[in-house]
Ligand binder design. Structure first.
Ligand code: BGC
Length: 731
């Protein structure tokens, strides 16, 4: 139990006021919140509904004493025992906030790396780890839980998110949130919803039909909320069907609060509140208020409440929801004063495990991997591998107290320029390779000059070439190439040495024009604080790769529903995605793919990708057989057919309904198997995966449903067909 500083005494005293005799039923968090709202005076009611960014981004600020520099701050009401909210980013660790706090944090690998593990318990452990760090630093809200589906592989925030599938993303994000909240702090789930691109993110208007949304992106949020029970939902910057996501009654009132009966509160993204109408449209709290044109949820909200009973009752509801979440997570009973102790070693072990389980082996010709530790001459080339591993940028940027090993500026982005630069974590793969193969002659070449790199490659037995593709919040990437001539570099090096192994540090899928010339390709994503040793452990076989792609790698952008990102290059790109006055509306038509996002779209269009969803190699080989489906239960046997222990990710797909092809991931299970071992797996199928949303209900039509186990979405085993009777239900 952390020590309780004097600033937390009001909270404790207020608890004494509501204390009840031991034999009486404890009031629920919602009942306690309602009792507090009943005691609030008019002035107090617009306290919890808004707050600033807690960083001096636009010059010095007068912030209260209990502010911890970070993403945001909401003042508490000490008289009533309501704590302040001290908010920090994000899903990958405690935000670096441009180095403002100097205390550093443990950087988890990117969301894509986490998701490549297909391992809900690992996500839970990661969440628990970053939640513990948030607490120790004095934060009681973690702006975590990125759950948007990858609708475009060029989305600059793909690295922060998890996957392109609602079941996978929802299950993983729910577990991550539960892990965060196990520390008695609130986690968000974000960005609600359909925030599918960074280009003109505050302006783009997503067109999507109700059913398509509920079967895809909204389902990811719904599952995530059911599993993780986050205290807050953060609405996005984008518009959906004509209305800003934070001012969108359909999303917030109808779907989230009515249909899903969500009891927590909705906070805005930073600068995402277009008007006061957001209050009646379901928004409960205005965050990062300096970034909006007006602090709507302060005096204007209080005034409106004074004259409009509808706003008055919403204002009470906002307060009830915010306080209910605080009490539900125990923010009052377990205050989080700064200065807590962090078990750095244990936290780095979590980062290491996530990095290892998250790496995806994409190619391994002639069994070149794992490398023998007795290798003689190894040429390491490119990617700043001598200094560190790449990370993604924006509000989710994390660093340890030493800050980045390398920082490459990316132009001037005004007040946000500190958040938008290429930054490497201090975990050099070169050192880790030298440590794991101490008898090898390991050379390093930065890859700037082709001639030098080729010469190095020629004189080595094995080449390990590192390729990086940086991505950041605020901006999408132009295309699927590797930037700065790296495609040419890999081509030249692989042509010079047939034992060329490519290690990718990317935040997005890429194309690989050089693929056939290489011996092996390992996708390491942004591998976090232990990236270097994790990469070396996989290359040299200390860790048997088990990651599976949580997103498709398309063969080219012409395969996508939208070969061009809507608005890209049309107006000057800015971090927040504002556009010059008079810009005509920019729509993103998500109805093209509807709920067939990612692999579902490619299956529908009969397109073969470069690497499909679910793909990943291992040093073991596995089989899965005997698929039986009985009602909503599937069972089958997985077996490790090799002499190497490893983990298998079983993937169960719905492949047809009523004789018509329909591809949807229906279940998954990661299992570790000793050499020759077999395991019987059984999975519950979520009926929403089989259903369509029609006329305000989930509907399973009567008919035959085909299921298959797959190595990935394009390599499916024998089909097991079962009959289902019609079923209809509402949320
Ligand atoms: C991002 C959010 C983040 C917030 C606070 C916004 O720019 O979209 O994900 O939580 O900033 O830093």
């Amino acid at each position: 139990m952390p020590s309780i500083g004097h600033s937390y005494l009001p909270a404790i005293l207020a608890l004494a006021v509501v204390a009840v005799p031991a034999h009486a039923k404890e009031p629920t968090a919602a009942e306690r919140a309602a009792a507090i709202v009943a005691r609030m005076n008019v002035g107090e009611k617009a306290t919890l509904t808004h707050g600033p960014m807690a960083v001096p981004i636009f010059g010095p600020q007068n912030l209260p004493a209990d502010v911890v520099p970070g993403a945001g701050y909401i003042a508490g009401i000490p008289r009533l025992g309501v704590p302040s909210l001290r908010e920090t980013d994000a899903s990958l660790g405690i935000g670096w906030a441009g180095g403002l706090r100097k205390d550093g944090a443990t950087a988890l690998p990117s969301g894509l790396a986490m998701a490549s593990s297909w391992n809900p318990s690992l996500l839970r452990a990661g969440g628990a780890m970053i939640g513990a760090e948030a607490r120790a630093k004095g934060f009681n809200v973690l702006l975590a839980g990125g759950a948007n589906l990858m609708r475009d592989p060029r989305n600059g925030r793909t690295f922060e998110y998890l996957s392109e599938d609602p079941l996978l993303s929802g299950t993983l994000v729910g577990n991550a949130i539960a892990g965060v909240q196990s520390n008695h702090i609130i986690s968000t789930i974000k960005h609600f919803a359909l925030n599918g691109q960074e280009t003109v993110r505050k302006f783009v208007d997503v067109d999507i039909a109700d059913g398509s949304a509920r079967e895809s992106d909204l389902l990811a949020f719904q599952i995530g909320i059911e599993i993780g029970r986050p205290g807050a939902v953060m609405c996005g910057y984008n518009k959906v069907n004509g209305h800003s996501a934070c001012d969108n009654s359909w999303l917030l009132n109808d779907v989230l609060k009515r249909d899903w009966r969500y009891p927590g509160f909705v906070m805005s993204d930073w600068g995402a509140v277009p008007s006061l109408s957001a209050a009646v449209n379901g928004l409960d709290q205005q965050s990062g208020e300096q970034l909006d044109v007006k602090v709507w949820f302060a005096a204007p909200l209080a005034q409106a409440a004074g004259s409009d009973p509808k706003v008055q009752s919403r204002l009470d509801d906002m307060n009830r929801r915010i306080i209910t979440s605080m009490f539900e997570q125990g923010l009052d009973k377990y205050p989080a004063p700064p200065g807590g102790v962090i078990d750095v070693k244990a936290h780095h072990a979590v980062a290491m495990e996530v990095a290892q389980q998250g790496m995806v082996l994409l190619r391994n010709e002639r069994g070149v991997l794992p490398l023998a530790k007795t290798a003689k001459r190894i040429a390491v080339i490119g990617g700043f591998a001598d200094l560190g591993v790449l990370s993604g940028a924006g509000s989710s940027q994390v660093h340890d107290e030493r800050g980045p090993a390398v920082q490459v500026a990316d132009g001037n982005h005004g007040p946000f320029s500190g958040m938008v630069s290429q930054q490497y974590h201090r975990s050099p793969p070169l050192d880790a390779i030298r440590a794991i193969a101490p008898n090898a002659k390991v050379t390093f070449n930065n890859g700037d000059y082709l001639s030098e790199a080729i010469a190095d490659a020629r004189s080595a037995d094995v080449v390990i070439i590192f390729a990086t593709k940086w991505a950041t919040e605020g901006f999408d990437v132009a295309d699927l190439s590797l930037p700065k001539g790296q495609d040419q570099l890999i081509d030249a090096v692989a042509s010079a040495n047939s034992n060329t192994i490519v290690v990718l540090e990317t935040g997005n899928p890429i194309q690989m024009p050089w693929l056939s010339k290489t011996a092996a390709v390992l996708e390491a994503w942004y591998p976090g604080a232990e990236g270097g040793p994790a990469i070396a452990s996989v290359l040299f076989g200390d860790f048997n790769p088990s990651g599976r792609l949580p997103i498709s790698f398309p063969a080219n952008v012409d395969q996508l529903p939208r070969p061009k990102i809507d608005g890209y290059g049309q107006v000057p790109a800015t971090f927040l995605g504002d556009v010059p006055a008079g810009t005509p509306p920019i729509h993103a038509n998500f109805n093209l793919e509807g709920s067939d996002v990612g692999y579902r779209w490619f299956a529908r269009e009969r397109k073969r990708t470069l690497f499909p969803f679910g793909f990943g190699l291992s040093y073991s080989s596995f089989s899965h057989d005997n698929l039986r489906v009985d009602g909503m239960k599937a069972s089958f046997i997985v077996k490790n057919k090799s002499s190497v222990a490893g983990a298998h990710v079983a993937q169960l797909y719905l492949v047809s309904r009523g004789g018509t092809a329909k591809l949807r991931l229906a279940g998954f299970q990661r299992t570790t198997l000793a050499p020759g071992a077999a395991a019987a797996i059984s999975l519950e199928i979520d009926p929403r995966i089989l259903a369509d949303w029609q006329g305000g209900q989930w509907v399973i039509a009567s008919g035959d449903y085909g299921f298959a186990l797959g190595d990935n979405a394009e390599q499916l085993g024998p089909v097991t067909t079962v009959h289902m009777n019609e079923r209809r239900w509402s949320d």
